[in-house]
Design a protein around this ligand. Structure first.
Ligand SMILES: Nc1ncnc2c1ncn2[C@@H]1O[C@H](COP(=O)(O)OP(=O)(O)OP(=O)(O)O)[C@@H](O)[C@H]1O
Ligand SMILES: [Mg+2]
Length: 225
């Protein structure tokens, strides 16, 4: 069973009276344990593709299958369960909750899953330590730098030990040393726990670590490399 599969997926956005075709007939399968990059110029559809795989949006046409389940067949509750239990999402724009501290942001998905407070706290603290943010755990997002916010978002995505991690430009806002540390963390999880990663990137230094690169151009997937 593949971690994620797109079958002839298209996505159109309405923009006033015009329509933008963000994805055009994309088919792909990512197997469990793969470490896959999505590359392509700005506007080529990378975020759109990750959002569809992450069940955050519905395709205009085609089928999205995640962890063996056809996403279109799931109601809202089943979809949020699938997201909460299986998927970790690192957004391009972080999506941290501004009134919560870094620690509370990371703890949030664990509490949402019903994990007791003491356990949630301990796991969140460990996750923040792993991304090198142990000493700013009590800071709110507006008291952190862009790179630190990015690392909070990464800790939050990984703290639930999801089987599938979708990461939209996970190293884009980081200096090269921090970017490498984040990439090492992702590679380590991939090797040791078999976590499947699908991540978008512009960065050639990050691309070389991918087992496979999916290249998008103008909403279409180019031949595999
Ligand atoms: N909510 C939206 N409404 C209208 N158009 C959108 C929306 N989201 C994306 N688009 C359009 O869809 C196309 C693909 O956008 P997408 O964000 O997927 O690109 P991307 O490859 O992630 O770009 P970047 O590298 O800049 O993040 C673009 O033309 C974009 O303008
Ligand atoms: Mg994007």
């Amino acid at each position: 069973m593949s971690s994620a599969r797109l079958e002839d997926v298209s996505k159109d956005y309405a923009l006033g009276r015009t329509q933008v075709s963000a994805l055009r007939g994309v088919s792909l399968a990512v197997e469990p344990g793969e470490f896959v990059a999505v590359a392509g110029p700005s506007g080529s559809g990378k975020s759109t593709l990750l959002n569809l795989v992450g069940c955050l949006d519905h395709p205009s046409a085609g089928r999205v299958v995640v962890d063996g389940r056809d996403v279109a067949a799931l109601d809202d509750d089943a979809l949020s369960d699938l997201r909460a239990q299986k998927i970790g999402f690192i957004f391009q724009s972080f999506n941290l909750i501004p009134v919560l501290s870094a620690l509370e942001n990371v703890e949030f998905p664990l509490l949402f899953r019903g994990l007791p407070r003491a356990q949630s706290r301990a796991r969140a603290e460990r996750a923040l330590d792993e991304v090198g943010l142990g000493d700013v755990a009590r800071h709110r997002p507006d008291e952190l730098s862009g790179g630190q916010r990015q690392r909070v978002a990464i800790a939050r995505a990984l703290v639930t030990a999801p089987v599938l991690v979708l990461a939209d430009e996970p190293t884009a806002n980081l200096d090269s040393k921090t970017g490498e540390a984040i990439l090492d963390l992702m590679l380590d999880l991939n090797r040791k726990q078999g976590t499947t990663f699908i991540f978008s990137t512009h960065d050639p230094k990050v691309l070389v670590h991918a087992q496979r690169v999916l290249r998008l151009a103008d909403g279409r997937l180019e031949a595999a490399s």
